[in-house]
Design a protein around this ligand. Structure first.
Ligand code: GLC
Ligand code: CA
Length: 562
C-alpha cells in the first residue's frame, strides 16, 4: 500500500467557538487557538481540522456561511488566521479547513441576489421550485425538522434547505456554482492551508425529479434515496479533484451521511480520483431508532464490532478509513460507550481510545476527548444552544410523540451541545476558557477534569492519548496491517489482531464494569509477547488466560523475527 502523510497522521478537531477565548467576550477565537498551539504539539497531533471560521450569522454555529473568504468577526481577522496558520506550520502541524458547500447562509450575497428576482443571474445558484397543489414542491423533511422547503413571497416560489431555513442548498447542477466553489477552494489552497473536511458532501447532488419520499414518523418524506450519494456526486468530486485538489498536497475527508461500503470505495478510492477518506456514520447510528437519535438506547457491543469490522475489512487495500468516536455533532463517548462515573471514567476513556487508535485508518480526536471530557448535566432547556436540539425538542413534544420529561433526558444524553461546552483548561472560573461570560454553560466537572491537571499527571487520559499517537509513529503494523476480529459473538470483549509481515498486535478491550477473562489463542505464546500499551499496567507478562479488570485494555505485540 502506498504510504502517504495523511494515512500516518492523527487529526485533532477544534470547534473554535468553544476552544479558547483570548479577549473575554465569552466566545472562543483564532488567537485563542494560536495560544494553545504548544498544548497541541505536546499532545503530538499532526493535523488540526478547524470547524468553520468564516463569516456567518451563526444560525448553525458557522455551518451557515455568508462569506467564504472572510473570517467571522467574533473569531478575529484574516491576519489572526494567517498568524494561527503560521504558528501551526512552525510546529509542523497542518490545518484542514471545513468546507461547507452543500448550502450557504441565506445572508450570503448570492442568495440575497437569488431570491430578489426570477431573472437574477444568481437565481440558479439555488434550488427554486413552484408550489405543488398549493403546497411545498415535495414532501421531504429537513434534517433540522419541518419541511425542507421554504416559501419565499418575493417571487412566490419555494427554495430547498436540507438543514435550517437559513441554510439554502446550492444548486450544483449549475456549472457556475461549481466554478465559484472551486475558485474559492483554490484561493484557500494558495494561502497555504493543508486540506478540507467537506461538510455533508454526499448530499450535493439531488435527483432532479425531486420525487416524494416514503413518509417517516415525523410526517415528512424521506429524502435519503434522492439526496444522499445522489446521481452526479462522484462526477462533481472528480471534477473538483481535477480542478483543485490534485494540484496541491492535501488531506481531504468527506462527511458522508448515508454512505455504504460500495459508495465509500468510490469516494475514498486509493486511486486518488476523489477524496482521501470519508466519515461514515453506521457505528454512530447503531443506537438510533424510530424517533431518530432521540432515545436512551445503548449500543450493543456485538453490533458495534460487526459494523466496525465490516469497514475495516472491506475497505482494506481499496479505500481509506477514518476513525472517530467524537466530533461536534456527537455526545461524549465516555458517557455513551464507556462509563463516566468517578471510578471508571479514566480507564474507560483510555479503553475506548485504545480500541479505536489500534485500528486501520486516520484517527480523529475531538477537543476534550483527550481529557476524558463527559456529557453535560444540563439543568434546563434554556441552557441548550444547538438549533437541531431545540427544534427537535419542540417538534417531538408538540406532536405528542415524546413526553417533555423524556425528551429533555434524551437531549441531555444525545444533544450535540454535549460536545460544545467550553474546553476545560484548568480549575479556575469558567474552566479557564474565558474571563467573560461563556456563550454556553461550562460543564461543572471542570474542577477535576481539566487540561492542567491532566498534563501534570503522568497516568492521565491526556498522556495515554499522547502514547497512542507515538505508537502509531513507531509501528507500521498499526498503520498498514490487516485486521481480524476474534470472538465476534462475545457481548463483553472487543478483541482483534493486526498483522503486517512479521509484526502482529493483539488488542483486547473489556467494554464492561465487570472482570472478564480472555484465553490467549494458541499462536500467541505468553513468553513471546510483550505489552505495548495498557490502561492499568505498563508492564505485565501475559498468562495463558488473561484476567481483565473493568474496562481494561491491553495491546500485546509479537514479532516472528527473533
Ligand atoms: C454537518 C455538520 C453539522 C451541521 C450540518 C449542516 O453535519 O457537521 O454540524 O449542522 O452539517 O451544515
Ligand atoms: Ca473571543
Amino acid at each position: 500500500m502506498e504510504k502517504t502523510w495523511w494515512k500516518e497522521s492523527v487529526v485533532y478537531q477544534i470547534y473554535p467557538r468553544s476552544f479558547c477565548d483570548s479577549n473575554g467576550d465569552g466566545i472562543g477565537d483564532l488567537n485563542g487557538i494560536t495560544q494553545k498551539m504548544d498544548y497541541l504539539k505536546e499532545l503530538g497531533i499532526d493535523v488540526i481540522w478547524l470547524s468553520p471560521v468564516y463569516e456567518s450569522p451563526n444560525d448553525d454555529n458557522g455551518y451557515d456561511i455568508s462569506n467564504y473568504q472572510g473570517i467571522m468577526k467574533e473569531f478575529g481577522t484574516m491576519e489572526d488566521f494567517d498568524r494561527m496558520l503560521h504558528a501551526a506550520h512552525e510546529r509542523s502541524i497542518r490545518i484542514v479547513m471545513d468546507l461547507v458547500v452543500n448550502h450557504t447562509s441565506d445572508e450570503h450575497p448570492w442568495f440575497m441576489e437569488s431570491r430578489s428576482s426570477k431573472d437574477s443571474p444568481y437565481r440558479d445558484y439555488y434550488i427554486w421550485k413552484e408550489a405543488k397543489d398549493g403546497k411545498a414542491p415535495n414532501n421531504w423533511g429537513s434534517c433540522f425538522g419541518g419541511s425542507a422547503w421554504k416559501y419565499d413571497p418575493a417571487t412566490d416560489m419555494y427554495f430547498l434547505h436540507m438543514f435550517s431555513q437559513k441554510q439554502p442548498d446550492l444548486n450544483w447542477e449549475n456549472p457556475q456554482v461549481r466554478k465559484e466553489v472551486f475558485d474559492m477552494m483554490d484561493w484557500w489552497c494558495q494561502k497555504g492551508i493543508d486540506g478540507f473536511r467537506m461538510d455533508v458532501i454526499s448530499m450535493i447532488s439531488k435527483d432532479q425529479a425531486f420525487p416524494d419520499g416514503e413518509i417517516k414518523e415525523t410526517g415528512y418524506g424521506d429524502y435519503g434515496p434522492y439526496v444522499c450519494n445522489g446521481p452526479r456526486v462522484h462526477e462533481y468530486l472528480q471534477e473538483m479533484n481535477q480542478i483543485v485538489l490534485s494540484k496541491y498536497d492535501l488531506l481531504t475527508v468527506g462527511e458522508c451521511a448515508g454512505v455504504t461500503i460500495e459508495e465509500a470505495k468510490k469516494y475514498a478510492n486509493l486511486d486518488g480520483s476523489e477524496l482521501n477518506m470519508i466519515f461514515q456514520f453506521e457505528h454512530m447510528d447503531l443506537d438510533g431508532g424510530e424517533t431518530f437519535k432521540w432515545n436512551e438506547k445503548k449500543i450493543r457491543l456485538t453490533e458495534l464490532k460487526a459494523t466496525l469490522t465490516k469497514w475495516q475489512n472491506e475497505l482494506y487495500d481499496k479505500a481509506w478509513n477514518s476513525l472517530y468516536w467524537c466530533n461536534h455533532d456527537q455526545p461524549r463517548i465516555v458517557s455513551r460507550l464507556g462509563n463516566d462515573s468517578k471510578q471508571y471514567r479514566e480507564v474507560s476513556a483510555k479503553m475506548l481510545a485504545t480500541c479505536l487508535h489500534m485500528m486501520q485508518g486516520t484517527p480523529y480526536i475531538y477537543q476534550g476527548e483527550e481529557l476524558g471530557m463527559t456529557n453535560v448535566p444540563f439543568p434546563t432547556l434554556d441552557e441548550f444552544r444547538d438549533i437541531e436540539s431545540i427544534n427537535a425538542y419542540h417538534e417531538y413534544t408538540q406532536s405528542g410523540q415524546i413526553a417533555k420529561a423524556d425528551m429533555f433526558r434524551y437531549l441531555c444524553y444525545k444533544s450535540r451541545d454535549n460536545a460544545r461546552t467550553p474546553m476545560q483548561w484548568d480549575d479556575t472560573k469558567h474552566a479557564g476558557f474565558t474571563t467573560g461570560t461563556p456563550w454556553i454553560m461550562v460543564n461543572p466537572n471542570y474542577q477535576h477534569i481539566n487540561a492542567r491537571e491532566q498534563v501534570a499527571r503522568e497516568d492521565s487520559v491526556f498522556h495515554y492519548y499522547q502514547k497512542l499517537i507515538k505508537l502509531r509513529k513507531q509501528h507500521d503494523v498499526i498503520l498498514y496491517g490487516t485486521y481480524q476480529l476474534l470472538l465476534p459473538d462475545d457481548p463483553n470483549l472487543y478483541v482483534y489482531t493486526r498483522t503486517l509481515g512479521e509484526e502482529q498486535l493483539l488488542v483486547i478491550c473489556n467494554f464492561t464494569d465487570q472482570e472478564q477473562t480472555f484465553p490467549l489463542p494458541s499462536d500467541w505464546r505468553p513468553e513471546h509477547i510483550n505489552l505495548l500499551i495498557g490502561n492499568y499496567f505498563t508492564n505485565k507478562p501475559a498468562e495463558p488466560t488473561i484476567p481483565l479488570l473493568p474496562y481494561e485494555a491491553r495491546v500485546y505485540y509479537q514479532t516472528t523475527v527473533q
